[in-house]
Design a protein around this ligand. Sequence first.
Ligand code: SF4
Ligand code: SF4
Length: 361
Amino acid sequence: MTSASKTKTVFFIPASAEERTKSLAEKTKQVFQKLGLEREIEAGSFVAMKIHFGEKGNTGYIQPAWLSGIIKILNVQKARSFFTDTNTLYIGSRSNAVDHVKLAHGHGFAMNALGVPVIIADGLIGRDDDEVRVNLPRIESAKIASTFLNSDVLLCLSHFTGHIQTGFGAALKNLGMGCASRAGKLEQHSDVHLRIDPALCQNCKKCLDYCPADALVQEKKNVAILDEKCIGCGECMVVCSFGAVKWKWDGDDIRVQEKIAEYAFSVCRLFSGKAGFINFLLRITKNCDCMSKKGHSISADIGILGSRDPVALDQASVDLVLSQNKGDVLRKANDVDWEAQLRHAEKIGLGSRKYRLVTIS
Ligand code: SF4
Ligand code: SF4
């Protein structure tokens, strides 16, 4: 576990998704080497590379070829490395391990391309988890996908995007929500509540086709949400073109971020310092890679960042995005107090928001 009080080092290399793949693979490798994670990897170690394979139809996810330089290093070290993610709460092409692996293969995360297998961390239908007792303000014990408990080293590879529930999604989100089993995800989402404003709803019914939990019902003149069925995924909010789906604004956006930070803490605790984090600030979209379409861009490409501290890394990533754009583009894209996840992560001792940015030349 990292100490919250110290200034942490974050490495940065400017990059653009338009560069040649070879160049991006080399830059990603350089960031990885700066982390010094190789020293923690012994021959035969299980190295979990946590990543989001991108929903079907999404185009923003981290391209597998960008990781080829890292994989070569891991192979030289004779590590047992693998790509991994957990199943989604909602029904779709990542909600069970069979469909999820097929999707990952379709997006280029295939043995014949990279020589690295894909393992879905919480099993066939998202029920393989273990409790990690942490006794934090919001979570007593986190339900973490079993694969992470059996791995020796964690490399968390995150695509920085805006996010409808948390303002932005990067390392903390990838760790907290991304390493939880379905039960763990449900626990984190349980505070998220939405409503439909009848004055704005045009009764176009589009959202009915997207709800994965059958939580939307047709009423006389508009659609409504059944609270007891809603899992808080936010799909209806994304697809509604009339702005009719609203947060209830009872502090749930803050609570969900605090729970995510506590789940992230639970995952990092498993690795006692044998963890590294890389954020890709490329193709920065309004919404995350769970969206099944090409995302709307909110910033030009910035580069690749890495650190041994996920809090410092996310803070540095946000600072770069804000400094390279006019105003708070994250808040403008998704009206959420995104700072809550960073504040809470530092408060519980996951890491430090103080950092020193070292540019790799
Ligand atoms: S998509 Fe929006 S406008 Fe259409 S039915 Fe759903 S809430 Fe109403
Ligand atoms: S947030 Fe919307 S789409 Fe998601 S489960 Fe609730 S009602 Fe359905």
